[in-house]
Design a protein around this ligand. Structure first.
Ligand SMILES: *[C@@H]1O[C@H](CO)[C@@H](O)[C@H](O)[C@H]1NC(C)=O
Ligand SMILES: *[C@@H]1O[C@H](CO)[C@@H](O)[C@H](O)[C@H]1NC(C)=O
Ligand SMILES: *[C@@H]1O[C@H](CO)[C@@H](O)[C@H](O)[C@H]1NC(C)=O
Ligand SMILES: *[C@@H]1O[C@H](CO)[C@@H](O)[C@H](O)[C@H]1NC(C)=O
Length: 322
């Protein structure tokens, strides 16, 4: 099955196929909040630093702690895209995940989840307050500017399983970096659309080489970057869209790309194309810094509601885990 490509040589967006592939959904989810919300502002948590269990020397990160910034964007109850947590109120994803004519209220997000069919006690469900689409994407749809910032209605509560990713510096030298992408799409062409979060280490591919591989069929803009593991046939796929490409620098993970498009995942000769996060850095920072947080429901009411809900759902969550 090849990804759709229009006759005009426009990129075949990964999302288009996704809606036709086997759906996955979350059946139940806990909405956990700590007793005191004020104790967990986003500025208190370090970005790009997964927490080692027990901080054992040489310890291994378990699957559910390895990529704590991963978001699953749902539309109408189905996983449609990935995303990443920038802070308590903001999620970064791809603009094409929010196709025109789709109702915003029908989208929601999950964090703290690795198996899309099993919510656990670390899973949080989040509603969207607003989506900010890059103006280039709106104007020249569907080429370029494939970046969207999603503001949540209520803040994400951070834990060892839910943490933000760092934005890269604008002058980042990507030389010799180890970069990974994560998602629920088919990262390996042999695989099925996954319920489990998958990861793939993808070498960056020089722009000229990437353009050569795509030839005249697709034009790579300066704001795009390419990555694929051609030797091991690993590439991004449907369902990975909007997800992060992250690289480790000095023990800190930075997000350098957003999964944008490709030409069918069964053909790793066509690298995955990512929106270059550094390129959009000032746009991202501008909105995160200037848009006020959405108003919250009355603290007294919300905290008592949340505590009750939290107790109930924590119990349900532990039953599910057992
Ligand atoms: C990149 O890695 C290679 C091999 O590991 C090493 O020889 C080279 O010095 C590294 N370059 C930089 C800029 O770190
Ligand atoms: C990484 O850490 C080393 C040593 O702490 C430091 O010299 C270097 O500037 C750091 N690199 C970046 C890009 O922050
Ligand atoms: C990404 O964008 C930054 C800022 O415009 C630029 O310096 C960098 O070279 C770009 N990266 C790639 C791989 O094109
Ligand atoms: C929720 O908890 C509060 C105390 O925190 C209690 O007064 C209230 O009755 C509870 N509501 C429900 C629906 O259990």
């Amino acid at each position: 099955m090849a990804a759709p490509t229009s006759g005009l040589g426009l990129p075949g967006y990964l999302l288009l196929l996704l809606l036709l592939t086997s759906p996955t959904w979350v059946t139940s989810v806990s909405r956990r909040h700590p007793k005191d919300q004020a104790n967990s502002p986003s500025s208190d948590v370090a970005c790009g630093q997964p927490v080692l269990q027990g901080k054992l020397l040489g310890g291994e990160l378990t699957r559910d702690r390895k990529w704590p910034w991963q978001v699953s964007v749902h539309y109408s109850g189905f996983h449609v895209c990935g995303g990443s947590i920038l802070n308590a109120y903001w999620v970064l994803t791809a603009a094409h995940c929010f196709a025109r004519g789709k109702k915003l209220q029908t989208f929601d997000m999950y964090v703290g989840i690795t198996n899309l069919e099993v919510a656990n006690r670390h899973t949080q469900w989040l509603e969207i307050n607003q989506v900010i689409i890059h103006p280039t994407f709106e104007m020249f749809h569907p080429v370029g500017g494939d970046v969207a910032l999603v503001q949540l209605k209520s803040p994400i509560v951070f834990s060892d399983f839910v943490l933000p990713i760092c934005l890269p510096p604008s002058n980042l030298n990507l030389h010799n970096m180890s970069c990974w992408t994560t998602g629920w799409g088919m990262i390996s062409p042999q695989g099925e659309t996954g319920k489990e979060l998958l990861e793939a280490q993808l070498p960056l591919i020089p722009k000229f080489q990437c353009q050569l591989l795509y030839g005249l069929t697709s034009y790579l803009l300066p704001e795009m970057l390419c990555a694929a593991d051609i030797k091991n046939m690993k590439n991004v796929c449907e369902g990975d869209s909007g997800g992060p490409l992250v690289c480790k620098l000095n023990e800190t993970w930075l997000q350098i790309g957003i999964v944008s498009w490709g030409r069918g995942c069964a053909q790793p000769l066509y690298p995955g194309v990512f929106a270059n996060v550094s390129y959009f850095l000032s746009w991202i920072r501008y909105y995160m810094e200037t848009v006020p947080n959405p108003p919250q429901i009355l603290p007294s009411l919300s905290s008592s509601l949340r505590n009750n809900l939290s107790t109930l759902l924590t119990i349900m969550g532990s039953l599910l885990v057992l």
